[in-house]
Design a protein around this ligand. Structure first.
Ligand code: G3P
Length: 217
């Protein structure tokens, strides 16, 4: 499973990239607001830092205006994926941008039928929002599993990009189901390294080592 960093914070992306833990980046208008940066400027900077896809989201709601914004974003760098909302207009813009050879990430997906439409419209990525479904007591992981089954049934190449990831369990479950990508806040990716038994074991080893009186270097 590929890891995308769901952030527009340059420092966080750089730290993960140095460890080989980031295969792409996703942003959205809320993350751009949080960064305090200009969308075109920060997107260009991120796209120059990593080789993988960098999603940048349009804010227009009509297909023609989405296309205009999408082309502007796509012109920033060859690794830009234009993020479009899963509306009928978004699907129209998806079809047009995909046929121009632009990567498209169709976002705000909350149902398997929406994901089916996005695949037929030529989306490179579909972004089902797990956490926001969990928030309303619907199992977000069930949606990932349904999309996996449907895409595999028909050989769709659209990549399932599990989004709105809130916990390390979401990462594990997405990987078990076979999501192609998971996009997560860097804090969640870092937390995947944590285990209380690792901490306990390390403390015991260090205490015993201290008693040997030895040094390695
Ligand atoms: O990738 C979409 C993601 O940023 C949404 O996450 O936590 O705002 O639902 P969240």
């Amino acid at each position: 499973m590929k890891f995308f960093a769901d952030t527009a914070e340059i420092d966080e992306i750089a730290e993960l990239a140095a460890l080989g833990m980031v295969d792409g980046v996703t942003t959205n208008p809320s993350l751009i607001l949080k960064s305090g940066r200009d969308i075109l400027e920060v997107t260009r900077e991120i796209a120059g830092m990593i080789d993988g896809p960098v999603s940048a989201e349009v804010v227009a709601t009509e297909a023609e205006a989405m296309l205009e914004e999408g082309r502007r974003l796509a012109a920033i760098a060859p690794n830009i994926a234009v993020k479009l909302p899963l509306t009928w207009d978004g699907l129209r813009a998806c079809k047009a941008l995909a046929s121009e050879g632009t990567m498209v990430n169709v976002t705000l997906c909350f149902s398997a039928n929406q994901a089916l439409l996005a695949a037929k419209a030529g989306a490179t990525f579909i972004s089902p929002f797990i956490g926001r479904l969990d928030d309303i007591n619907i199992d977000g992981m069930e949606l990932i599993a349904d999309i996996r089954t449907i895409y595999d049934n028909y050989g769709f190449e659209t990549q399932i990009l599990a989004a709105s990831i809130r916990s390390v369990n979401h990462m594990k479950e997405a990987a078990l189901i076979g999501a192609d990508v998971a996009t997560a806040p860097p804090s969640v990716i870092r937390r995947m390294a944590a285990h209380p038994l690792t901490d306990k074991g390390l403390a015991a080893f260090l205490a015993d080592w201290e008693k040997t009186g030895q040094k390695i270097v």
